[in-house]
Design a protein around this ligand. Structure first.
Ligand SMILES: Cc1cc2nc3c(=O)[nH]c(=O)nc-3n(C[C@H](O)[C@H](O)[C@H](O)COP(=O)(O)OP(=O)(O)OC[C@H]3O[C@@H](n4cnc5c(N)ncnc54)[C@H](O)[C@@H]3O)c2cc1C
Ligand SMILES: NC(=O)c1ccc[n+]([C@@H]2O[C@H](COP(=O)([O-])OP(=O)(O)OC[C@H]3O[C@@H](n4cnc5c(N)ncnc54)[C@H](O)[C@@H]3O)[C@@H](O)[C@H]2O)c1
Length: 478
């Protein structure tokens, strides 16, 4: 099933007809293709780089591998007995080797059998819309294949780092998320432009690997779209790690000298470093995707409705980062499943069985820093803005199960946002070591609209981090 190029005897490309074509085999595209095939749709997936997408090779997986050793070392340092066994810094070479192993040496052959097993046809090359339901694929040898979809084309081409128009920045050969996650050495001095999730995670990973990091954020707080406790505790933690965190940063110019040194000029001074990481947001990968075929502008996101279908063409769907809805792997995979079900239902003359409403109501996200930040649903401010009568429950998390995780003093906090009129949870935020896996309990509570009076019967095990639920419900008086 792999490879998929069909050529006639003279070696010219042949047209191939299938039920559905998915462009991009990242997490979103893989899920959509697999589910379409499960439903009996003959499906082809087009991939220009590696099956598994950015997430597997240049984003989620390598970034988490770079973070994990530092988090494990710090967790040990907080526990008597274990702390005494920590006798030195991280072994940077071993960390980079761990990262290489996590990305399978940048080889996607381990991911292909899953597609094969589903019966999905993999076509290697760059896909581009060239007509109604037609995708042209240009292979690395310059040859082309035309794939015609009987039912639907699904765009799942992801996103790339956006490089702001700062004078000199592009010429300074900055690191992007791809370069930092695949770095082969640890720079002595690193300056990071942008304190979004990429900037925060990579700042901490490289600080703990031994870089001296300056983090430049133009805003006035970290993670401003989350509960304020998240940004506050993370700022404290990064500062304690030795990061120079600067808010209100106005980056005016960047220059790289002949000796490789980078100088970042700010409105109020300059920072000199060995590398500069641009972590200032993303742009959809639609520059050469043929969007003009359906009247959309190349370079922009592909707007879709809640079935992930474009309003421009009833056969066109877009899932994952490329539609700009929520730039997270798990939401892209969720969208892939919803889109596949909608395509199949419509192909059979029916209505989509569901929509991707969780994208609006209950998006879970974990910022994998130390402390971790795990949040789902609405913050108190967002809930008030949406017109809810809000009750906010807070707990500082320095007690309960957290004591065993970090007896030397746990830095953490929890916030539950409750719809006072309906007694249900609208959002939750947990900050602290080892809180990430608490998040799904909150996601279930938000999606299930479970009343607090019912939640008290969900008894958390003693002594686990889940006891934070007990404290929050005590605070609520239920
Ligand atoms: C450093 C970093 C860390 C991250 N960590 C996390 C995390 O921990 N958790 C999380 O949920 N999210 C994380 N994200 C976000 C996550 O990586 C994205 O949301 C996710 O990869 C989106 O999946 P996707 O399938 O839409 O796109 P991608 O993973 O980008 O996959 C798109 C695929 O399409 C292919 N493609 C593009 N154009 C074409 C074309 N014309 N023809 C054929 N193929 C094409 C690409 O080669 C790629 O393989 C992180 C992002 C970054 C940058
Ligand atoms: N653990 C995770 O789930 C994870 C990890 C990494 C990335 N992601 C996803 O990837 C997406 C992209 O992340 P990102 O961090 O690249 O973008 P982002 O949009 O989240 O953050 C960009 C930050 O850069 C700042 N900025 C922009 N231009 C600047 C400038 N000129 N000077 C100084 N600061 C500037 C912005 O104010 C913002 O704080 C996120 O939306 C996130 O969902 C998720």
């Amino acid at each position: 099933m792999t490879d998929g190029r069909e050529q006639d005897e003279a070696g010219a490309e042949a047209d191939v007809e299938v039920d559905c074509v998915v462009v991009g085999a990242g997490p979103a595209g893989e899920v959509a293709a697999g589910r379409l095939a499960d439903h009996g749709m003959e499906t082809a997936v087009v991939e220009v780089e590696r099956v598994g997408g950015d997430c597997s090779f240049w984003a989620c997986i390598p970034s988490k591998a770079l973070l994990r050793p530092g988090h494990a070392r710090h967790a040990a340092l907080r526990v008597p007995g274990a702390a005494q066994a920590v006798t030195g810094p991280l072994d940077a070479d071993a960390v980079l080797a761990f990262r290489d192993e996590a990305v399978s040496g940048y080889d996607d052959s381990g991911q292909v059998p899953w597609l094969d097993g589903k019966g999905v046809r993999l076509v290697r090359g760059e896909g581009r819309l060239v007509g109604e339901r037609v995708v042209e694929v240009r292979g690395s040898d310059g040859g082309t294949t035309r794939l015609t979809a009987r039912h639907a084309v699904v765009l799942a081409t992801g996103s790339a780092a956006a490089v702001p128009d700062v004078p000199g920045l592009r010429d300074a050969a900055p690191w992007t998320s791809r370069d930092v996650t695949s770095a082969r050495r640890v720079p002595e001095r690193l300056v990071v432009i942008g304190a979004g999730v990429v900037g925060l995670e990579m700042t901490q990973a490289f600080t703990r690997l031994g870089s001296s990091v300056t983090l430049l954020e133009r805003g006035d707080a970290l993670l401003p779209r989350l509960e304020p406790v998240a940004g506050r505790l993370l700022t404290e933690a990064l500062t304690e790690d030795g990061v120079d965190v600067r808010f209100g940063a106005d980056v005016r110019r960047v220059a790289r000298d002949a000796d490789g040194t980078v100088t970042v000029t700010l409105a109020d001074g300059e920072v000199v470093a060995d590398e500069v990481l641009v972590a200032a947001g993303r742009r959809p990968r639609t520059d050469a995707l043929g969007l003009e075929v359906v009247g959309l502008e190349p370079g922009l996101a592909v707007p879709v409705d809640d079935t992930l279908r474009s309003e421009r063409a009833p056969w066109l769907y877009a899932i994952g980062d490329v539609n700009g809805r929520v730039l997270l792997t798990h939401q892209g995979k969720y969208q892939g499943g919803v889109a596949a079900d909608a395509i199949v239902a419509r192909a059979r003359g029916g209505e989509p069985p569901t929509t991707a409403w969780a994208d609006h109501a209950a998006v879970p996200q974990v910022v994998v820093t130390d402390p971790e930040v795990a949040a789902v649903g609405l913050t108190a401010a967002q809930a008030r803005d949406a017109g809810h009568e809000v009750r906010v429950l807070e707990h500082d998390m320095s007690t309960a199960g957290s004591y065993l995780h970090s007896p030397a003093g746990y830095r953490g906090g929890a916030v539950l946002v409750v719809d006072a009129a309906r007694d249900v949870v609208l959002g939750a935020t947990f900050v602290g070591q080892d809180v990430a896996d608490l998040l799904h309990s909150a996601t279930v509570a938000v999606v299930g609209e479970v009343p607090l009076s019912r939640l008290r019967h969900a008894v958390p095990s003693f002594p686990t981090m889940s006891e934070v639920w007990l404290r929050l419900l005590e605070e609520a008086g239920v």
